[in-house]
Design a protein around this ligand. Sequence first.
Ligand SMILES: NC(=O)C1=CN([C@@H]2O[C@H](COP(=O)(O)OP(=O)(O)OC[C@H]3O[C@@H](n4cnc5c(N)ncnc54)[C@H](OP(=O)(O)O)[C@@H]3O)[C@@H](O)[C@H]2O)C=CC1
Ligand SMILES: N[C@@H](CC=O)C(=O)O
Length: 233
Amino acid sequence: MDAYHILSRRWRYLRCESTVGAGLPVISALMRFLTSGDPVCQVVGALSGTLGYVMNGLQEGQCLSLVVQQAKLLGYTEPDPRDDLSGMDVARKALILARLMGWSINMEDIAVESLFPTEMEQNKMTTDQFLKEGLLSLDAEMNERVNSAKKAGKVLRYVATIADGSCKVGLVAVSHDSPLGQLKGSDNLIEIYSRCYKESPFVMRGAGAGNDTTACGVLADILDLQDLYESSS
Ligand SMILES: NC(=O)C1=CN([C@@H]2O[C@H](COP(=O)(O)OP(=O)(O)OC[C@H]3O[C@@H](n4cnc5c(N)ncnc54)[C@H](OP(=O)(O)O)[C@@H]3O)[C@@H](O)[C@H]2O)C=CC1
Ligand SMILES: N[C@@H](CC=O)C(=O)O
């Protein structure tokens, strides 16, 4: 938190856009609300390209073990997909957004739902074992969760909710026709509620993971900083 305070004192000279939405300008959008003085009261989002892709695959009848391997091949997952499936990748993104909103919180303050049991954590199993054996043993339970949501006319989405001083990330059953329910592929979606955007929130949606979109996000940050430093020198 100390390092964060030092860095964020010069926020206008920092760029870290791809840490949240890959190529999607989620942080820039949020910063525009904050710098304009429009207080943000709630942020809700599907912030994982991997978990979006995985939940869509499960909804279409694929099994977890297979769809995670596909997400890895497509470059959506972290080097160890457990960083995605544990919810930690989403929790880190939520923490970044919450701190930008001015909240003084740490990872321990975030309620995180993991999609695998503690026996499969990094210190107990190699990535290879997890991908080859661990995931297979989770297929049936995950299909059951997806199917019971289906029976209730819902789809499962891994959602981050930052509101009322608390932050949580986990699976939520949403209706098919809601903005979250309609997400396709590895899309991310973020809704920002503020004083001006209370009834009708600001919504941003699009590809939220993958090598190309992430590289574009990082390049845009570099060019932006180059312009900023050139104009101030
Ligand atoms: N993929 C995505 O969609 C997104 C990724 N990110 C972030 O980008 C970062 C990289 O992700 P991604 O590109 O997918 O991961 P990859 O596994 O595809 O790439 C990681 C690269 O970093 C190299 N590397 C790892 N450790 C070291 C080290 N100690 N010194 C030098 N090089 C190292 C690896 O080299 P080697 O192969 O030789 O091990 C590899 O080339 C992560 O922090 C991720 O969270 C952010 C947004 C989206
Ligand atoms: N593994 C992450 C990559 C981007 O942050 C994701 O799936 O969203």
